[in-house]
Design a binder for this molecule. Structure first.
Ligand SMILES: Cc1ncc(COP(=O)(O)O)c(C=O)c1O
Length: 467
């Protein structure tokens, strides 16, 4: 592609993105497609000769876009959000243009140093303890895997890296912890049977007394407690595990405390929500995803540790071909995690934070929390709906309840969810809370306004009346 064509399509694509983000509201949030329908439209073998960009762009619009689920739709209320923003998108464009691979300082000094700077900005924005340092990962799953590997090495005196895993190291998480914990426990070699799920209280938060009981039981059985994964903002209901009490237990038994705040961590940017980090001084590691609720497009997961030495000792590797003359004076982020090659993710964070400013981000978060509170009040004020969990952030867990049996209510709410989603006007997902089929209204899209939340409630009421 020559320079002029590159420029022409560059402008065209930016125009397309601007239009898309403006008009996505008019598209069904989830495409009505059967599995395989997209593949049928694409040749099974690659073209022998290059094709014109006009044709590629046309196929993108005709085949790909209609087959996408629109995460940036203002009526996106499913899972958790993965919101983007114009400054973030523009930074990603520059990142792609630079095409840098940021494995070590020498391969991209500005990327390495900017990553240090934005991580320190984030630490200050959230009010994390001074001295915590970190790096950017793709996802919270990866960050939690790093935490488990560090915990494994610390508890075995770094023997496991040398000899492989011996004996039974135990990991604890609440029964509401995200599935990535189980996956990471498997990958890190602990074995799924060594993950102990700790019961939760009426608000779905881990019960510290139960944690301590499990640890004592394991110690008596000759097992080795290695790591506790606590959650701030569980996936099902955004419950908050009591970090301080859990941290005191971890300190007593010398257990690594990792805190998974993938979605809700962003809320700590608000001084009035900072209480969620009470006990942060006990954390060995902490992860939150700016790619969920901080206007930064996927992927971007900020991982902090209290002791970078343990982290580096767990991951460092020094092949001759990667040695440089400045290694003693710089951070080589290849030694801070699993992968060698690294994307330049700091740029989009830098653009987002500078472009909105801390106050702009706070304003955005407060509005989302206000919208969720409004929705919560509608649910609570309706005699045929009920709230199924507290609403500490912007997720409302609720269900229709006209007094039928639990089994019937589960079936009815599943039907309600399907009918609501079939309208294409909005997208909600579900979970189970104490065996109750629960609808999750997760507010967090950058463009979601009161009218979108109202429309969602109206559709839910309408479908509920017709059940
Ligand atoms: C509490 C929690 N932890 C971890 C994850 C996994 O996040 P990621 O996709 O970044 O691995 C999620 C995803 O929603 C989550 O809610």
């Amino acid at each position: 592609m020559d320079k002029e064509k590159f420029r022409k399509f560059g402008y065209k694509f930016v125009d397309w993105v601007v239009e898309y983000l403006e008009s996505v509201e008019r598209l069904p949030v989830v495409p009505r497609l059967n599995p395989g329908e997209i593949k049928e439209q694409i040749p099974q073998s690659p073209p022998a000769h290059g094709e014109p960009m006009e044709k590629l762009f046309e196929d993108f619009r005709q085949i790909i876009v209609p087959g996408m689920t629109h995460w940036q739709h203002p009526c996106w209320f499913a899972y958790f959000p993965a919101n983007n923003s114009p400054p973030s998108v523009l930074a990603e464009l520059l990142t792609a243009g630079l095409g840098a691979q940021c494995m070590i300082w020498q391969t991209s000094p500005a990327a390495a140093e900017l990553e240090e700077v934005v991580m320190e900005w984030l630490r200050k924005m959230l009010g994390l303890p001074e001295g915590m340092e970190g790096c950017i990962h793709d996802t919270a799953s990866t960050a939690t895997l790093c935490a488990l590997l560090c915990a494994r090495e610390r508890v075995t005196g770094f023997e496991c890296n040398e000899k492989g895993l011996a004996g039974h190291l135990r990991v604890y998480a609440s029964e509401e912890a995200h599935s990535s914990i189980e996956k990471d426990v498997k990958i890190a070699g602990f074995g799924r049977r060594n993950l102990r799920y700790i019961p939760t209280d009426k608000d779905f938060a881990m019960i510290p007394m139960e944690l301590e009981r499990a640890i004592k039981e394991d110690l008596e059985a000759g097992l080795k407690p290695a790591c506790v994964v606590a959650t701030i903002g569980t996936t099902s209901s955004t419950a908050i595990d009591p970090i301080k009490e859990i941290g005191e237990i971890c300190t007593r038994y010398n257990i690594w405390l990792h805190v998974d705040a993938a979605f809700a961590g962003t809320a700590a940017i608000l001084p009035e929500r900072r209480y969620i980090l009470e006990g942060a001084e006990y954390m060995d590691s902490f992860v939150f995803n700016p790619h969920k609720w901080m206007l930064t497009n996927f992927d971007c997961s900020a991982y902090f540790v209290r002791d970078p030495g343990t982290l580096i000792r767990t991951f460092e590797i020094h092949p001759e071909y990667l040695k440089t003359g400045v290694d003693a004076n710089v951070k080589n982020f290849r030694d801070w995690g699993i992968q060698l090659g690294r994307r330049f993710r700091a740029l989009k964070l830098w653009f987002v934070i500078r472009s909105y400013g801390v106050e702009g981000i706070q304003e955005f978060l407060r509005e989302q929390i206000r919208l969720a509170d409004m929705f919560r009040q509608w649910v609570e004020g309706h005699d045929r709906f009920e709230l199924l969990a507290p609403v500490p952030f912007s997720l409302v867990c609720f269900r229709y309840n006209d007094g039928r049996s639990e089994d019937e209510l589960n079936r009815l709410n599943e039907q309600l969810l399907n009918e609501v989603n079939e309208t294409g006007e909005l997208f909600l997902t579900h979970t189970m809370l104490r065996d109750k089929y629960t609808l999750r209204m997760a507010i967090g899209q950058r463009t979601t306004q009161e009218r979108h939340v109202k429309k969602a409630w109206d559709i839910i009421l309408d479908k509920a009346q017709k059940l």
